[in-house]
Design a protein around this ligand. Structure first.
Ligand SMILES: CC(C)(COP(=O)(O)OP(=O)(O)OC[C@H]1O[C@@H](n2cnc3c(N)ncnc32)[C@H](O)[C@@H]1OP(=O)(O)O)[C@@H](O)C(=O)NCCC(=O)NCCS
Length: 150
């Protein structure tokens, strides 16, 4: 695993975070429908956006979402988005980012961290399972709901 640093998303890193290049076929998994639809209702105070830096280069982005009042349990403490640059994948960046978010969720008093993903051979399902997420159901759009106990 490399030497990774987590930093709050800022004016300095936002362009790099938004233009991380993925591997062919991965783009379709980045924003499952449930997230895309819910997005516009958010209050910025519920968001926890962070970049992962390696030698001052943005190699990953994770956005946590914390809304204890949400009427959708899978949106109370969840990973809203996670992207790792194609050439940095498979080196522990994703694990580093998820573990940092899990720590943040725990410190806010949540007992679980959830994530939704679309199934598919190039999708992130095996990654989340490797990190300990367990399938607990499906969303109304058929996405898998994974839960990690903290
Ligand atoms: C999913 C994603 C974030 C994983 O990031 P990553 O930095 O490559 O993952 P890591 O290197 O930290 O992998 C952690 C573990 O998961 C495993 N893993 C990662 N991707 C995997 C895959 N597709 N299949 C099987 N195992 C996988 C790794 O082998 C590693 O196991 P280890 O700790 O035993 O060595 C990255 O592939 C990505 O950005 N995908 C496109 C965007 C996406 O699908 N986001 C999710 C939206 S819900």
């Amino acid at each position: 695993m490399g030497n990774y640093i987590l930093e709050e998303l800022s004016a300095k890193t936002i362009v790099a975070a938004n233009s991380l290049t993925l591997k062919p076929g991965q783009e379709q998994f980045v924003a499952p429908t449930s997230y895309a639809l819910a997005e516009s209702y958010f209050n910025p105070s519920t968001e926890w956006p962070r970049v992962v830096l390696e030698n001052d280069t943005v190699v990953g982005f994770i956005r946590g979402h914390f809304d204890p009042e949400s009427d959708q349990p899978e949106f109370k403490s969840c990973i809203w988005r996670i992207v790792v640059a194609a050439d940095a994948q498979g080196k522990g960046v994703g694990r580093f980012a998820v573990e940092a978010l899990a720590g943040e969720a725990k410190s806010r008093g949540f007992a679980t961290l959830t994530v939704l993903w679309e199934s598919g051979s190039k999708g992130p399902g095996d990654f989340f399972h490797k990190l300990g997420f367990v399938d607990i159901g499906t969303s109304r759009f058929g996405e898998i709901i994974g839960e990690l106990k903290l």
